[in-house]
Design a protein around this ligand. Structure first.
Ligand SMILES: [Zn+2]
Length: 481
């Protein structure tokens, strides 16, 4: 009896395996404009200010893949971050409109610092109702996914990568003894975030960089590009005009890659009225990485000059890497989604008292960091004890994309890649929500901006807990393939 059951189970599995990926891949891509009206506040700095000009439009860039059994959608938005209610609302709409299960849709933010807030008007308050702009963004994401499905056609897919170390620098530095200035709490950290570039007091960076641009390239049967999804671990570039809305280097990179890939076939694409090619640049793990060469500071540049330089260089290197990729017509798609529980980090009695005293003393000026952090500490003290944290792994053939809803330190992404049982793995940060910076326990001991309560919000060993979850999810998906 047992033997018979076993045999039936095996043949069912074999059937399932044979069916999986048996149909040729279909893929479609689209963008949806998510630019807010002028006058909405630009966030990303310590003090928000109203936008006065749109330098370039903000987009939700969408790619949908379908292996005949499973559909997955990848969406990257030109935003500093998204509150989890935006992702939840968008995925609800997508399920209703397009029938893709919420766990199969990845939604992340690039981390452009020149966008309005999809984190909510009072972004330090965790529980909130979606505001007008958040609902608008959710609807536009769902529209983008629906249009990507409408644009779907038989496709081929390839994975590759290229290392571009020139533009990424670890921004946390050890400095000569006694040269790290006090933090807002009146204490001294071991390392300094964004130390003065070129300072003789710099000794060594406190962590690694991740130089790899991960590439998923999708084209139609005739070899015409549909979309290239990439992830690079660079916080952002910045250097925009005053009060400008801009997608930062992410948007310029996408435009440049489109030019490079579609220039020759423009007439043909127009004659066939093919959907536009969509490049996508997600943020990898760049919580401690930026574009400042601290050892060799560069000269001042015009607005957008450095951004364009980085965007074009990365686009050219990705374009160069595309030539050697091998495309497949069939891949197995799968997704895993979990919401493990973490503790919100709470202030100690001493820190709470410090916050109360600092607030009572009043705000000295707009950029009074002690006051700003005292407010953040009080908000954090009033959070509930625990929260659930959205995590996701998407499997695309031999590729496994893992996501976390934080500004994730580079070494966490490197560890994920190193420990992954699936050959090509990479991480996308700022997905499905915003839970602050994610340093490792080692970095918590070193201190610095990203570890300060208010910048960091979840329990101090959260990176260990979340990485273990992602790897467990990966193992399950590895078995399923
Ligand atoms: Zn940031």
């Amino acid at each position: 009896m047992m033997k018979a059951l076993f045999a039936i189970a095996c043949s069912l599995t074999l059937l399932a395996c044979a069916a999986q990926g048996a149909e040729p891949l279909k893929a479609g891509a689209a963008t949806a404009n998510i630019t807010p009206s002028l006058g909405n506040e630009i966030i990303g700095g310590f003090v928000p200010f109203p936008s006065q000009h749109i330098h370039d439009e903000l987009q939700a860039r969408c790619l949908v893949l379908d292996d005949g059994q499973t559909k997955i959608a990848l969406v990257v938005c030109d935003l500093l971050g998204i509150h989890r209610i935006v992702s939840e609302e968008a995925r609800k709409l997508i399920e209703a409109q397009s029938g893709i299960a919420p766990g199969n849709v990845m939604i992340s933010a690039t981390h452009t610092h020149s966008a309005s807030s999809a984190l909510g008007k009072r972004r330090w308050e965790y529980e909130q109702k979606a505001d007008e702009y958040q609902l608008f963004v959710a609807r536009r994401i769902a529209d983008g996914v629906a249009c990507a499905i409408n644009n779907s056609r038989p496709a081929e897919i390839a994975f590759g990568s290229v290392d571009v170390p020139e533009h990424v620098f670890n921004r946390r530095w050890h400095m000569r003894l006694g040269t790290v200035p006090p933090n807002p709490f009146g204490e001294t950290d071991i390392v300094k975030m964004n130390p003065p570039a070129g300072s003789p007091n710099l000794t060594e960076p406190a962590g690694p960089i991740d130089p790899t641009v991960s590439i998923l390239s999708v084209r139609d049967k005739e070899g015409r590009p549909i979309s290239v999804f990439t992830a690079y671990s660079l916080h952002y570039v910045g250097g925009v005009g005053r009060a400008h809305i801009s997608a930062d280097y992410y948007g310029m990179y996408c435009e440049r890659l489109e030019e490079l890939l579609t220039a020759k076939t423009k007439a043909e694409r127009e004659a066939l009225d093919l959907p536009a090619f969509v490049a996508i640049m997600a943020n990898g793990t760049s919580g401690d990485i930026n574009n400042i060469d601290f050892r060799n500071p560069r000269k001042g540049k015009q607005p957008y000059e450095q951004m364009r330089y980085v965007a074009h260089d990365v686009a050219e290197k990705v374009h160069g890497a595309l030539g050697s990729l091998e495309y497949k017509e069939q891949v197995t798609l799968a997704a895993s989604y979990r919401e493990p529980t973490l503790n919100w980090r709470k202030p100690t009695e001493k820190r709470l008292q410090w916050a109360k005293d600092t607030l009572a003393a009043g705000r000295k000026n707009e950029r009074d960091m002690a006051y700003i952090y005292a407010e953040r500490v009080m908000h954090q003290a009033n959070y509930p004890e625990t929260t659930t944290v959205p995590l996701q792994v998407l499997r695309i053939g031999e590729v496994a994309i893992g996501t976390m809803p934080c500004e994730v330190f580079a070494e966490i992404g490197l560890e994920y890649r190193r420990r992954s049982p699936i050959k090509s793995a990479f991480m996308v940060e700022l997905a499905h929500g915003y839970f602050g910076y994610l340093p490792t326990p080692r970095h918590h001991k070193l201190g610095g901006y990203e570890t300060w309560l208010g910048t960091n919000r979840v329990q101090e060993d959260a990176s260990v807990v979340l990485t273990d979850h992602l790897l467990e999810m990966l193992k399950e998906l590895a078995k399923s393939g």
